[in-house]
Design a protein around this ligand. Sequence first.
Ligand SMILES: Cc1cc2nc3c(=O)[nH]c(=O)nc-3n(C[C@H](O)[C@H](O)[C@H](O)COP(=O)(O)OP(=O)(O)OC[C@H]3O[C@@H](n4cnc5c(N)ncnc54)[C@H](O)[C@@H]3O)c2cc1C
Length: 508
Amino acid sequence: MIRTIQNINRDFEESCDVCVIGSGAGGAVVAKELAEAGLSVIVLEEGGYYPTSSFSHDPQRMLPRLYRHAGGAIIVGNAPIMYAEGRCVGGSTVINAGICYRTPEAVLDDWRREHGLTELAYHKLEPYFEQVEKNLHVMPVPDAIMGQDSLKFKQGAENLGYRYVRVQRNIHACQGTNLCILGCPTGAKQSTLISYLPEALKNGTQLIANCHADKIVVKNGRAAGVEASIVDPASHKIRHRAFIRAQAVFACSGALHTPTLLFRSGLAKWRSWIGRNLYLHPNLKCVGIFDEEVKSWQGSIQGFQIDEFADDGIVFGSTFLPPGIFALSLPYFGNDSFKLMEHYHHMSLWGALVEDTHPGRIWRLPNGTSVTTYWINALDRQRFLRAIASLAKIFFAAGARKVLLPIKNFTEINCEEEIEQIPKLHVQASDFSVFTMHLMGTCRLGADPRTSVIDMNHQFHGIENLFIADASVFPTPIRVNPMVTIMALATRAAQKFVENRQRYLLRA
Ligand SMILES: Cc1cc2nc3c(=O)[nH]c(=O)nc-3n(C[C@H](O)[C@H](O)[C@H](O)COP(=O)(O)OP(=O)(O)OC[C@H]3O[C@@H](n4cnc5c(N)ncnc54)[C@H](O)[C@@H]3O)c2cc1C
């Protein structure tokens, strides 16, 4: 059953075995696994419920519905960094590109060696990857929906002899409308709205949308429930209050909001690592302009990734955006931007994802909210320049005649020879246009309670029956798109909970 503000007309209390906060990659998986095992589950989701039939190609309509702050959110530091995250039933999985990668083995080895996470060895996680991939219908992007931009991207890689892979995505009968970031209008992308949540609901889960979790209630060192508010999405006013009495709580609100919720719940004094260790997997985009029409808006949002420079922490992929949002990626404004947009059919947008080396932090504010800070260090600035130079090279190798760069005062190059200037530029952090949608790592997993927030079973060190399962649990950045890792870890956490239910649930 899904309840929304439309059918809630009073304050209320409910009871369940487990209250899950957030319905995205982590929360939906936990809800499905627990409900299938026969537990009573209530999911609280701050965003609204928008079924596939309500999705359209109109950003003005979809951004405020599906995105936090309508997609215009900023992290502060030595450069303003725009970030995007979902705020709707299904969370960021509704608006993501659906690119699926398992956690690299080298990352898991590092977690074992540096963080004592022996239980997360690749071979031990493999069964969870398999379950997630099956439930999400993960498959290689088929030729039939490969866009011209992806083919040009591949051509550029081949001409340079760079290693590339065909991307795997969670799609079923994808028609290549390339509207993934506005919610898939055909229901082909297997977001949790389409995959995990219906399964959870079928097994009795109650999902309450427009419901903001205000505070996790802890009694005698044990999670006892959640205080929440039903918030009107139009006015942002609180309409009703709710209390969910639960024997256990899973916080799955994402890398920015789980720490904020823990702060609001008075738990900062328990673990000093809450909010630290924030990684962004920064994304830098270049636009290539070709003489011929590319029509990059047709076909799968991404077809290939170049992983030639993965050891340097850099991977490249093509992507594309609807015109209104695309214009924001241009390094020009006003009339200049308007004129360039006349070449929309001739443009491709390719990006670099860079593994960052210096963590940011989420800070508690007295009013129950938080602020996020992040400093781009010199090492990462050099990597950004290398990434942009390589991306420009790939564009020219694919036949582009001009490449627009995300660097202030060095906004375009018109031939390959100009590329060599890029790594030599003296740049400050604020000279880059940086974007992120892969936020991770603010409540990290670890064997040592002094340097982590949750233990190997995802239970908060020192508080019983409080668990975390979302992007915040990563001890380090993971070099690849994070959704499958989040879901595999959430599957494992939920299944461990079920195995040990005798310990956690009084009635079990
Ligand atoms: C545009 C975009 C493209 C992306 N593309 C890819 C991709 O191709 N492949 C990939 O692997 N990853 C991709 N990602 C990243 C991936 O989607 C996220 O890393 C993942 O969904 C995070 O999972 P999560 O459970 O931590 O948070 P989310 O999926 O964001 O879910 C958290 C949910 O919690 C809710 N919430 C927050 N606070 C509260 C509260 N107090 N009370 C109630 N509810 C609350 C939020 O509204 C949200 O719905 C993309 C992300 C974006 C934004």
